[in-house]
Design a binder for this molecule. Structure first.
Ligand code: V0V
Ligand code: CO
Length: 137
């Protein structure tokens, strides 16, 4: 069902500051910077190896998912995203196992991907994202 860990999402207050930290510390290339209005984030993807990344997330507003997370928990790991072959199919398979989906249909994700989130309370406290990358569409 899962092909890889696509990315680990890190919530931060200052995107540029954390891009500098992670890219210098781990010598990572910044592959893209995007604004996703629907998800309420300004984000950057830093390639770790192949198709696996660190995703740095700065909220566009305090009442967005990442804004609320920062207020409640502070900076740190926000979600883990798994690569899948067909996001819609995987959503259906996972919903059939009783896990709550936070999205009724796939949404637009970074670098042209299709994404969907699973409720953290049904996945051991881990906010989980499914990602179908643009090249798997
Ligand atoms: C909240 N909770 C978390 C969590 N956020 N647990 C683990 N990891 C997180 N990130 C816990 C929280 O402590 C509560 O537990 C419970 O879940 C309900 O949270 P809440 O604070 O009452 O509710 P909200 O309104 O903060 O909503 C939480 C959810 C929301 C997860 C439902 O953030 C959401 O829909 N997220 C999906 C979209 C998203 O995160 N987008 C940003 C990334 P207690 O206190 O009841 O025990 S965008 C992205 O990754 C992109 C674009 C991409 O990859 O391409
Ligand atoms: Co993500």
């Amino acid at each position: 069902m899962l092909l890889r860990i696509d990315h680990v999402g890190i919530a931060c207050h200052d995107l540029e500051e954390k891009i500098k930290l992670f890219s210098e510390l781990f010598e990572l290339e910044v592959v893209t910077r995007e604004v996703n209005e629907e998800q309420g984030v300004k984000e950057a993807m830093l390639r770790v190896a192949g198709d696996s990344y660190i995703q740095l997330l700065e909220p566009l507003s305090p009442d967005s998912p990442v804004g609320k997370f920062l207020a409640k928990r502070g900076e740190g790991v926000h979600h883990v995203a798994f690569g899948v072959g067909d996001v819609k199919l995987t959503m259906d398979e996972i919903a059939a196992k009783g896990v709550r989906l936070l999205d009724s249909a796939p949404r637009h994700g970074t670098m042209g991907s299709s994404i969907a989130f699973l409720h953290p309370k049904d996945v051991g406290g881990m906010l989980t994202e499914l990602v179908q990358s643009a090249k798997h569409k």
